[in-house]
Ligand binder design. Structure first.
Ligand code: 13P
Length: 261
């Protein structure tokens, strides 16, 4: 009997890593591991740099498991260097990260901007993976829950429940990203409950129960099973460990075990 009815989701955020050839090789290796495991109970996707998206989508074929790390807040026009959500959909992307902390904090992307990116993603029928997370300073000041609520409220402003049926929220505490310091399962679960409560306050209990809330921040092949054993943690957004096919495969297996609980 499954613990929860939400299908786990595991994303591999490759960030700005890998040559073209290595990206295709990694996609092939992940696909092979996943096919060999026969596991169909986990939704998964990789998020390569823009320039590798077409080749990775072609490598993964019909069952496209490819997403983009960002999209423009505009639909088209004179926006040098930007890539639109519809262009991403056209080359085989099925999902997109919105508001990853390396953009929220690193590039000062505001909730208002992210709300517009969300509009574009939904218009292009991409699954939006909205990232939220507090910095260490915010956590140490006791503001973590308020920050998450505020990021969700700001980024989801103007979006109604019906348009968001595919929404995934990734809770990624900034202090856990790439640091080797993972949130404890209890800590992460507590924050995920805040995410779900905020969604319930904004929309409805039914909606909040259906949205997948995944955790990101130093997830690896060793700690994934413990994190995913929490009812509140519906999978993970993986950075460093997703660059290794065996590790990423093990993390997907850990997510699949959740379904059998
Ligand atoms: P790490 O798994 O490398 O900590 O990165 C997490 C992340 O930012 C995924 O989007």
């Amino acid at each position: 009997m499954a613990l929860v009815s939400r299908t786990p989701f595991v994303g591999g955020n490759w960030k700005m890593n890998l040559t073209h050839a290595r990206a295709v090789e990694l996609a092939r290796a992940i696909d092979a591991i996943n096919s060999a495991s026969g596991n169909r109970s986990v939704d998964w996707a990789v998020f390569p740099p823009f320039v590798h998206l077409g080749a990775v989508a072609a490598t993964l074929g019909e069952r496209s498991h490819v997403g983009a790390q960002d999209c423009s807040a505009h639909s088209d026009g004179a926006f040098t260097g930007q890539v639109s959500a519809s262009m991403l959909a056209e080359i085989g992307c099925t999902s997109v990260l919105i508001g990853h902390s390396e953009r929220r904090h690193g590039l000062a992307e505001s909730d208002a901007l992210l709300s517009r990116k969300l509009t574009r993603a939904l218009d292009a029928s991409l699954i939006p993976i909205l990232c939220v997370g507090e910095t260490l300073l915010q956590r140490d000041s006791g503001d973590a829950h308020a920050i998450i609520q505020s990021q969700l409220r700001g980024s989801l402003a103007g979006h109604d429940e019906l348009a968001l049926t595919q929404l995934i929220v990734a809770y990624e505490p900034v202090w856990a990203i790439g640091t080797g310091r993972t949130a404890t399962p209890d800590d992460a679960a507590h924050m995920h409950r805040t995410v779900r409560q905020t969604l319930e306050d904004l929309y409805s209990a039914r909606f909040a129960q259906r949205v997948r809330v995944i955790y990101g921040g130093s997830v690896n092949a060793k700690n994934a099973a413990e994190l995913f054993s929490c009812e509140e943690i519906d999978g993970g957004l993986i950075g460093g460990a997703s660059l290794n096919a065996t590790d990423f495969g093990a993390i997907m297996t850990a997510a699949a075990a959740r379904v059998g609980q």
